[in-house]
Design a protein around this ligand. Structure first.
Ligand code: PLP
Length: 378
């Protein structure tokens, strides 16, 4: 049955809205410079990746082969032999965080999860869902975890199997917790490495750090046990998605056999999106390492450009090392609403995602913020 004229108009109006606002985004980390046109023909299929891409599945319309390729790619990117890891394409960073926390809790059922005040809101939700004991740790002014407060709280808790939730790029300030330093402090406090767990939340920066010349520690070789990355942020995707990756031996302990699909299940949901592995597969094969590096280099240069322009106008803007998130004092409500900025307390930020090819959007925002803060100060 064709749509009524009214409904057709409604759809057309929404299309126009999307076209007009396609590149609106400067306050959130979603890149909009993607083109998945060659995958549009797959929209007619009910793809479903329930279960594990590594096993036979009775449901034939799956994209397991592509998902396996994606996981192989990310295993290499995050420096773990493919044979020693397992991971899957998630619905986004939150699900990957939940997967990591779930593995940690199964390994250390009585462990307390320590996370900083600047951690993404998904984690407070996850510790409640999974009923993990947790403690919030202070954050340093730049957004990194307060290492001394972390160690104080771990020691005061008496916990022998702490779960460390590390931000590899915080949401508001783009700060990367120093997992090298965390491991040194843990060792000084008498913990062997196998006595505690480190999950890395790399929602945005997970797709930045492997491509810069001097990255902060962030991968499996640097000591993480699991990692979560968003696919719809730095990479860019029309459907939210992400990648969860963990040491294989940790995943084996949560695997259950499901007769209904004749396979093992290790994932959080049942049915899983079969289109998003295709999207990620396409993205990683459409641009090689050098092209990605160039694209990310452009974003980082734009971020520095914004910092310099703000500072030239006397505004205290800054960014963390290897971050495309530029932090500045929160302007008045009409300015942050006009530019759809995310604000947090006294701060706002802009994120120089890859669709900002030139500085026009950034300049327009900076002009408004500068005028607004000058007015406020007057
Ligand atoms: C965005 C973000 C998340 C959540 O990711 P989703 O893909 O939105 O679920 C988690 N952690 C950090 C640091 C984030 O910035």
């Amino acid at each position: 049955m064709p749509l009524s004229i009214e409904n057709q108009n409604k759809l057309d109006a929404f299309w126009a809205h999307c076209v007009k606002n396609q590149y609106f985004n400067i306050g959130y980390p979603e890149s909009a410079d993607f083109d998945y046109g060659s995958l549009e023909r797959f929209m007619r299929f009910s793809l479903n990746n329930c279960g594990d891409w590594g096993e036979y599945c009775n449901y034939l319309l799956n994209s397991f082969e592509f998902e396996k390729d994606v996981i192989k790619h990310f295993a290499q990117l995050y420096r773990i032999p493919f044979s020693q890891c397992w991971g899957y394409v998630t619905n986004g960073g939150t699900e990957g965080n939940m997967f990591g926390c779930y593995l940690a809790r199964e390994l250390f059922p009585d462990g307390t999860l320590f996370y900083s005040r600047d951690t993404h809101y998904s984690v407070a939700k996850i510790v409640r869902l999974l009923r993990i004991k947790s403690q919030v740790v202070d954050a340093l002014p730049n957004g990194e975890i307060d290492y001394q407060d972390l160690m104080r709280k771990i020691e005061a808790s008496g916990d022998r199997h702490p779960i460390l939730f590390a931000n590899l790029g915080t949401t508001v300030k783009g700060a990367v917790d120093d997992i090298g330093r965390m491991q040194r402090l843990m060792s000084q406090a008498g913990f062997a490495r196998e006595d505690y767990y480190i999950h890395g939340d790399a929602a945005l920066s997970g797709m930045i750090l492997p491509f810069v010349d001097q990255p902060q520690p962030h991968n499996f070789a640097d000591g993480i046990d699991s990692i979560s990355v968003s696919g719809h942020k730095m990479i860019g995707s029309p459907i939210p998605c992400g990648i969860a990756l963990a040491r294989k031996k940790l995943v084996d302990q949560i695997s259950v056999e499901i007769d209904y699909i004749a396979a093992h299940d290790k994932t959080i949901t049942g049915s899983r999106n079969g289109h998003t592995p295709l999207l990620l597969w396409y993205a990683i094969h459409a641009a090689d390492f050098e092209e990605q590096k160039k694209r990310i280099g452009h974003c980082l240069a734009m971020a520095q450009y914004a910092v310099d322009r703000f500072q030239a106008c006397g505004i205290d803007a800054w960014r963390n090392k290897n971050s495309i998130t530029v932090v500045f004092p929160c302007p008045s409500e009409d300015v942050w609403k006009k530019h759809c900025l995310a604000t947090s307390g006294q701060y706002a930020h802009l994120i120089t995602t890859a669709h900002h090819l030139d500085s026009s959007r950034i300049d327009a925002l900076i002009d408004d913020v500068v005028a607004d803060l000058a007015e406020e100060a007057a």
